[in-house]
Design a protein around this ligand. Structure first.
Ligand code: ATP
Ligand code: FE2
Length: 335
């Protein structure tokens, strides 16, 4: 056994504990996600879920990797952005462990954690990140010592859009994988599929995107009698093309050749393929971390905590409050 840093993720529907050994080795996380049978996620209900499963989940992480609390060297948690009640559960557990074991506390930026786990897992150096999750859709890159948001959604996150569309037709959260399956079924039956007759609004405005209009139009298309599989395929093609277009422009503006995918929607194989094609056309490379590190996970929090701790930054109790609106560019990059 050896020293380790714990990472606690609790920004939204997922509670997860992950770890990084003191030599920087990332260990797969224990993850528990609340799945409401109907409706969206209620922050209070998600927070109650996190509180209920926390002790068992932490035990399962330690058992999985043979970790002992006596060897715990620092504890990192998501300080924001996210849902206040959910963030507070993670912060509370982190403060308690930090006090009980007299070890440093490190509040980290959830969005930056998605970048850092991708950078270390994919061994890429200075990428443009296409961060596509339920709540967030951002194109981010490092400029002047901070991760800057070059473009983002003007309304809902792309994952929320997919989840809402799926829910309208009876598919519970998470809707993204269901849509991916239906889109694949359509393509298998129609290998020469064309978007003619399946056009949806394509909302890219400068470097920003919007997704609520496309969702409304896709719902209306199904109601008009267009087969669900076909609409799923078209929805993916349009929504992913918008993200890839903005990411490509960001690479051109910032003069970067690496693209990195992060966030739950980055599990999608079609999006991964579109990014690979785009990067290749620019003589660049597209990277996507293993799927367990795309979705929200405690390992990415531990990884960023380990980096910050190694570069000498910790969080005092007075600064440890959660920040639901924490911006990606609020975190100086000291590592
Ligand atoms: P964040 O807090 O960063 O906004 P999140 O809480 O939405 O993240 P994630 O685990 O990063 O959580 O992402 C969940 C989203 O990913 C859901 O919207 C889900 O539908 C979507 N998703 C998961 N797998 C796929 C897939 N294969 N294709 C498309 N979307 C997917
Ligand atoms: Fe996330």
């Amino acid at each position: 056994m050896s020293g380790w840093v714990l990472g606690i993720e609790s920004t939204a529907h997922t509670l997860s504990f992950g770890a990084v050994r003191s030599d920087g080795t990332a260990l797969p996380a224990a993850i528990d996600t609340i799945r409401p049978t109907e409706g969206g996620i209620h922050p209070r209900e998600a927070a109650d879920h996190h509180r209920d499963v926390a002790a068992t989940l932490l035990d399962s992480l330690m058992e999985m990797h043979d970790l002992a609390l006596t060897e715990l060297q620092a504890v990192a948690y998501s300080q924001g952005p996210g849902m206040g009640p959910c963030l507070q559960v993670g912060a509370g557990i982190a403060r308690a462990l930090s006090a009980a074991h007299e070890i440093p506390l490190i509040g980290v930026n959830h969005c930056v954690a998605h970048i850092e786990i991708g950078r270390s897992e994919c061994d890429c150096d200075d990428p443009v990140l296409l961060y596509v999750s339920g709540g967030n859709t951002q194109v981010i890159t490092r400029l002047d010592g901070r991760y800057r948001v070059l473009g983002e959604t003007l309304d809902i996150g792309i994952g929320n859009m997919l989840d809402k569309f799926a829910r309208k037709f009876g598919h519970p959260f998470p809707g993204g994988p269901v849509i991916e399956r239906h889109a694949r079924t359509y393509l298998e039956a129609n290998p020469d599929a064309s978007l003619e007759g399946l056009e949806l609004p394509y909302a890219v405005r400068g470097m920003d995107m919007a997704f609520s209009g496309i969702m409304t139009a896709a719902v209306a298309m199904v109601h008009r009698g267009v087969p669900f599989d076909a609409v799923c395929w078209s929805l993916q093609e349009h929504a992913f093309a918008a993200c890839v277009e903005v990411a490509e422009r960001a690479m051109a503006h910032a003069g970067k050749s690496e693209l990195l995918l992060g966030g739950g929607v980055a599990c999608n194989q079609r999006l991964r393929d579109m990014c690979t094609i785009m990067a290749k056309e620019r003589d660049g490379e597209s990277h996507a971390p293993p799927r367990m590190y795309c979705i929200d996970n405690g390992t990415m929090i531990a990884q960023l905590g380990w980096l910050e701790w190694s570069s000498g930054r910790t969080t005092s109790l007075a600064e440890s409050a959660v920040n639901p609106g924490l911006r990606t560019d609020a975190t100086p990059i000291a590592w």
